[in-house]
Design a protein around this ligand. Sequence first.
Ligand SMILES: *Cc1c(COP(=O)(O)O)cnc(C)c1O
Length: 227
Amino acid sequence: MFSVMIEQNIKKLFEEIPQTNPFGEKITVVAAVKFQTPEDINRAINAGITDIGDNHVQEFRDKFELISGNPRRHFIGRLQTNKIKYLLGKCDLYQSVDRLPLAEKLSQMSADKDVISNILIEINIGGELSKGGFPPQEAKEAYEKIKSLPHLKVRGFMTMLPLDASEEQSICLAKQMREIYDTVRAYDSDCTCLSMGMSGDWKICVDAGSNMIRLGTSIFGERVHKN
Ligand SMILES: *Cc1c(COP(=O)(O)O)cnc(C)c1O
């Protein structure tokens, strides 16, 4: 796909994506910008994208100064604790906090730098070996532990549905995620984000109650791995 499509893709997506999910919550679109050039990311921002998410610390750093329009910056990839230092104070939402030691380290380093870090707890809803995240049955316990750490604010949950799931399975898993989110949201007003849905499954996820979707391919076209 030619990059000339970016503006058209975004226009089309904004027409397709409903203003709110069935729970009446506004839907935030996060552009998943891995492997995209700063030029293309800036075009997406000019076309109305307000939030961008990187998977790799290196890319987050290299592109940071080259991106205009002051978007909210998310980190959506696997984060090694020794790389937290490059994101501290620059990342608006750490979406992929997938293990307790990462949360502890992020809390400690945020304290040292005197910042509050906003995070989502990643849940491995499909129980896939290839993915990080807490098992759904440990979501509540993970939340309680991470919530107690200073200098972190738990804003909700993030997940990736299995790519090979049937539509039926995906709907079922997406609804389970919404239940986890609702359980916590019932008594924690900081918990406002359920980040679930990518280019191939965002409709299912929004119907099930996602309020944050992370789109790469449907904005930028098929990814070209540049190296
Ligand atoms: C790449 C990526 C996306 C976007 O995937 P697409 O299928 O291209 O929309 C969303 N979330 C995460 C965590 C990703 O790594």
